[in-house]
Ligand binder design. Structure first.
Ligand code: UD1
Length: 372
């Protein structure tokens, strides 16, 4: 049977999606599969998007939907409207979608409505907190995907419990693939000289979840807890958080928290490797801290990456100053013991992208035979 022309697209729009996708794109080039990129434009600042496309030497996106900022509904709906036109023209055989952002949801809903099969990368992550936009997004995406790439056994089991319709593949985590590729390059990065830093003399903070930073009282509580524990903190600041600090007239000058511009990937890995403690509300950074063997405090009530919490190397803390101070004190007092608890890796063997591309190639053949 003659194969019809088939094409595969990948939807990205935000910083974490570019990081998760980079090793997949590298692997697709290696395995001779042309994977075209659709950028939604959800992140448009150089430091949140273009810098990563350059750092990972990714091909230029076929299209940028230029959606920009707005409410969740606006972003999702606008992505759907703009993407629909593009997909109707291009008729891809598969749309691959990494993660759980509004760009991912917009991509998945459009695809589902047009009957284009979806391959979800990082499927099955759950924190069981429906107040988080990402939890809603990832559940919806998983339930309209035909192919689900689960990064961990936990994620695979979550999908099985929910009886998703698509086919589940346990692949490992593509973020680990890219971490392994870059971890030995950190010596080339001169950020220590630029910031005049010494190893283990600083802790690192990232904070951008809307549940934490859009509520002024919560934002103040978190910063108070950190400042009162008197650890030296470096804070690469996300634009959302920077805006909130400005709106609330919160100044971190003359405090123990030093703000810096957002980091590129290699800078982040270097700072993470030598940080004493990682304080974060990000999903991906919890995993990067784990691979860097840096004790982590996650400023959230729940996490998707429960394996790291069960191991005792990632401690959850509510956004309450006293609880946060106590957690920081606990980590400081038990530092050596925590460092000894890093064991194994539930996130795969660094070959997730290789498996994902092989599976996608097989599916492309299947779909093209069906005349999709
Ligand atoms: C989004 C994702 C989140 C991911 C995060 C990584 C959703 C629901 N959230 O959150 O899962 O962890 O990306 O950063 O999709 N802004 C800029 N420049 C930009 C982009 C945003 O200044 O390039 C500012 C704007 O004021 C904007 C705000 O940041 O309103 C929030 O951006 P948005 O894309 O809506 O969400 P993130 O907080 O980045």
């Amino acid at each position: 049977m003659e194969l019809r022309y088939v094409s595969i697209y990948l939807v990205i729009g935000t910083r974490p999606q570019i990081i998760k996708s980079a090793p997949i794109i590298h692997e697709s080039l290696k395995q001779g599969l042309e994977m075209k990129i659709i950028h939604t434009g959800q992140h448009y600042d150089y430091e949140l998007s273009q810098v990563f496309l350059e750092e990972f030497s990714l091909p230029k996106p076929s299209i940028n939907l230029n959606v920009g900022s707005g409410s969740h509904t606006f972003q999702t709906a606008e992505i759907m409207l703009r993407l629909e036109k593009f997909l109707l023209n291009e008729k891809p055989s598969i749309l691959s979608i990494p993660g759980d952002t509004n760009s991912a949801l917009g991509g998945a809903l459009t695809s589902a409505k047009l009957g284009v099969p979806i391959a979800h990368i990082e499927a099955g992550a759950r924190c069981y907190d429906m107040k988080m936009a990402e939890e809603i997004n990832r559940r919806l995406i998983d339930h309209c995907s035909e192919i689900l790439f689960a990064p961990t056994t936990n994620c695979k089991e979550n999908l099985e419990k929910e009886s998703v319709i698509g086919k589940i593949h346990l692949t490992g985590d593509t973020m680990y693939d890219i971490f392994l590729k870059f971890k030995d390059k950190v010596h080339k990065c001169d950020i220590f000289d630029r910031l005049d830093l010494s190893e283990k003399e600083y802790s690192l903070l990232t904070l951008h979840r809307s549940e934490n930073v859009d509520d002024p009282a919560k934002l103040r509580s978190i910063l108070k807890g950190i400042q009162e524990s008197e650890i030296n903190v470096l804070f690469p600041i996300h634009p959302r958080t920077k805006n909130r600090l400005k709106e609330q007239n919160i100044s971190l000058e003359k405090s123990t928290i030093k703000t810096i511009e957002p980091l590129d990937y290699i800078e982040m890995l270097k700072l993470l490797k030598h940080a004493r403690i990682m304080l974060t509300d990000s999903g991906g950074v919890q995993k990067e801290a784990f691979w860097s063997k840096t004790p982590c405090i996650t400023i959230r009530d729940r996490t998707e990456w429960t394996e790291t919490v069960e191991m005792g190397v990632n401690l959850l803390s509510e956004a309450d100053p006293n609880k946060l101070m106590k957690t920081i004190k606990d980590v400081e007092e038990n530092y050596r013991e925590i460092k000894r608890k890093f064991k194994g890796n539930p996130f795969g063997d660094g070959r997730a992208s290789n498996r994902i591309i092989k599976i996608l190639k097989n599916n492309l053949v299947r779909y093209s035979k069906k005349g999709n």
